[in-house]
Design a protein around this ligand. Structure first.
Ligand code: KIV
Length: 275
């Protein structure tokens, strides 16, 4: 069954947790979708885990469109959410609607996600009024790292926590169908989750959110030297890939691969005529 924004909204106040992972290409999206996940996010984290940038600030609309289209081809039942990259919506409400529309029309996304709370309220409202579902994102919003002074847990002081509660309520009022809570204390995430009538999707926000999201390369330990506290390693796919690559290199060098079962034959008579 296709997951829609209604699936997300209806899950609120049920025991059903929403599950989301990121994906950036066709084959990974297909594998994740086949497992029955509720939503796939083409996150601008692609800048870091797929394109090798230090942060998400260099990701462009063209990058997002390219990867959203690829993911779309692998998705059957998950809700496909595409991130709006840095400077694709901050500049004006017109840009926000226009670029959100491109992710839906050209990329094939079902919904878009953008970062920020009260300061993006008007833009969220305008995009929603254009009939495009919006997922909000507050807490540690990576597009603001230069303002935060790095990747830091947010909402640890009363003032900052109060602001995040206001931000969440603003996004709900603007018409967002769900909100990602990133890297905030679990007890604050619980308060926000209880105050909202739309689902919260946590990443580094504890166990009380209505759903969870992770970057798939993080949970599969594919990016060495990066292991935030909120990530659980489900398998060491990075090590499995490296050992397979090494075995391939060794077998090619030792002429073990390819063998007869990996090769094509030619009729002996046709072969004789070549000599
Ligand atoms: O870009 C991304 O992958 C995200 C998730 C971490 C929520 O925004």
């Amino acid at each position: 069954m296709k997951n829609t924004v209604e699936t997300f909204k209806l899950s609120k106040n049920t025991s059903q947790r929403l599950t989301m992972l990121t994906a950036y290409d066709f084959s990974t999206a297909k594998l994740i979708d086949e497992c029955g996940i509720n939503g796939i996010l083409v996150g601008d984290s692609l800048g870091m885990v797929a394109l090798g940038y230090e942060n998400t600030l260099s990701v462009t609309m063209n990058d997002m469109l390219h990867h959203t289209k690829a993911v779309k081809r692998g998705v059957s039942n998950s809700l496909l959410v595409a991130d709006m990259p840095f400077m694709s919506y901050q500049t004006s409400t017109y840009d926000a609607i226009k670029n959100a529309g491109r992710l839906i029309q050209k990329g094939g996304a079902d919904a878009i996600k953008l970062e920020g709370g009260s300061i993006v309220k008007d833009k969220v409202k305008a995009i929603v009024n254009s009939q495009i579902p919006v997922m909000g994102h507050i807490g540690l919003t990576p597009q603001s790292i230069n303002v935060f002074g790095g990747f830091k847990v947010q909402g640890k002081t009363t003032e900052c926590a109060e602001q995040l509660i206001k931000d969440a309520l603003s996004l709900e009022e603007a018409g967002a169908f769900a909100i990602v809570l990133e890297c905030i204390p679990s007890k604050l995430a619980k308060i926000i989750t209880e105050k909202l009538s739309i689902p919260t999707i946590g990443i580094g926000a504890g166990n009380s959110c209505d759903g969870q999201i992770l970057v798939y390369q993080d949970m599969l330990n594919m990016v060495s030297n990066f292991k935030p506290k909120f990530v659980k390693t489900y398998s060491n796919v990075g090590d499995i890939m490296k050992s397979s690559f090494k075995q391939y290199i060794n077998e090619v060098n030792a002429q073990i691969f390819p063998n007869d079962s990996n090769s094509f034959s030619i009729d002996e008579e046709a072969l004789t005529k070549l000599y």
